[in-house]
Design a binder for this molecule. Sequence first.
Ligand code: CUA
Length: 172
Amino acid sequence: MHVHPSERRWIWIAVLLVGAMIVLVGYTAVVMNVHPPSNVEAIDSTRLHLTPEFAEDNLGVKRESEGAVIARVVMARYMVHPQEITLPADTPILLRAASADVLHGLHVPGTNIGTQVVPGYVAQVRTRIDFDAVAKVGVANDDGSITVPIYCNEYCGLGHQSMWGRVTVTRK
Ligand code: CUA
């Protein structure tokens, strides 16, 4: 079969690009600990306040048995509820987030917490916060803890830029 030389060249360029992307995805996953949130768990976003898990008095941070920490937040235009949470460094953390209205994003600089919060689904991130990494980007408090922001990084409406919260990270 005859393939024109310039077509052959473009076939190779396409193959190399795909290969480069696969290497890049592997590198960010293994070295930088970046993973796509893969939790598929449906929830009725219009009735979050009526669910046991995302009712207002169940939000925030709880310590489970075996020392793990679970944090629950609800994102709604244009607030993160609760607006401030405290998480320990170097501890397994399960973060569960739900949207009460539209698509939001949840990003915490200095950590690998970064997920879309899609209405109708529970966004879930398992992580461990590196104290030194948040210390580089956050604000140091008098008690030695570090505060970093929570950003909404999906455009969700006119108040998007003022939708934020705070995570205070304590040394374990
Ligand atoms: Cu919520 Cu942007």
